[in-house]
Design a protein around this ligand. Sequence first.
Ligand code: NAI
Length: 458
Amino acid sequence: MDSYHFQQFDMTLKKICCIGAGYVGGPTCAVIALKCPGVTVTVVDLSEERIKQWNSEKLPIFEPGLTEVVEQCRGKNLFFSTDVIKGIQEAELIFICVNTPTKTFGVGKYIESAARMIADTAQSSKIVVEKSTVPVKAAESITNILKANTKPGVKYQVLSNPEFLAEGTAIKDLTSPDRVLIGGEETAEGQEAVGALCWIYKHWVPPEKIITMNTWSSELSKLAANAFLAQRISSINAMSAICEMTGADVTEVAHAVGTDSRIGNKFLRASVGFGGLSGFGGSCFQKDVLNLVYLCECLNLPEVAEYWQQVINLNDYQRRRFSNRIIEALFNTVTNKKIAIMGFAFKKDTGDTRESPAIYISKYLMDEGAHLLKELVTICHDPYQAAEGCHAFVICTEWDEFTSIDYKRIYNSMLKPAFLFDGRLIVDHKKLMEIGFNVVAIGKRLTRPNVHRPLAAA
Ligand code: NAI
């Protein structure tokens, strides 16, 4: 495919830069480089360590299929560098993929610093694309920063192009996305810039999946999508609490509800809750819902803010509720008890532990005096070793390997009564009870003969 020729900007799109070599910037640019061999893609980051890792054999993030894509393009049309200035100056189009922690005011300090770096160093016109998840109207703030510092002859167009990839399936999500969203100004220049970014995606995404709209709709759509997904998780988790009290089984309820084609069956698995930076397949739920709450408060929409805040409150409640069930089942005290926490990432197939539910559960239990063995992080790399002499085995992440462990061996090495807490609903509870475990699972009431008390009475 030929390169895209700008009318207004009078340039050919040959070089792209991405500011931020994280979970989004790295995989996204690797896929762009793979699909657009005629475009040179440079990913820049202030972190020397991160760039060093991107240039090494061991990439800084774990994502199935990522290494293969990077190895195919790196050094050809994909480059990782700490030279932010050069990256900005050489590129015609710049993605901003910096982190955007939950903010309570302004556009976010990393976004602002990236915009200022562009304004300070750009010597030619640029299309600036916000890919980071941002508050609505962030593009306007970026535009204001850029325009207030514009040099003669330098023009900017700011686009919104939120990323919908989920950690663990990033390469699949990037290579065959449900949709690509591009928001831009409704002026001729704005539409021209939108066209340039469309041209990039059209290398591999069917045109009907590339949706263009105004900038604010695009920014809000990303927050809305994550809020809807988070709300589904909180909804099924709310049901799980009712199930535990009534004897209903949340898996059965989810199945029944999900077969309604208006509702659908995705994102209906009850769990210990979503992570601050992700959930079951989604991303950044807590942060993005909180940003939505903040936006509603700024817009003087307190009822709407409260509605979305409740999604977060329910998630906090679920983590605490699960921790309390552990404590109660362990005879109301975990002081000096050994508990093996299985999985520390916020979901399977990612190394990302940011705001993982496992962190909160560990903290609650440690506050109560428990000794923890965290599988898959620093302390223990082997579940059998972690379980030895433990009072409880707690599944916090749905790693596949936890379904194929020799649970008889685990049981034999644990203190009795041996407790297993399934916070992800991934193991065969009946089988485990036959082995001898006392099993406590989210959204189910499981009882076994000779258990000291009804386990579900949390
Ligand atoms: P990250 O924390 O993994 O990466 C951000 C990178 O930006 C860091 O390496 C940091 O050093 C760099 N950075 C910050 N300021 C910089 C500057 N001024 N110049 C150069 N580098 C700078 O963050 P992640 O997870 O990639 O997220 C980026 C954005 O994408 C966020 O807004 C997030 O909400 C959004 N997002 C994240 C998804 C995910 O699954 N992680 C999915 C969809 C969107």
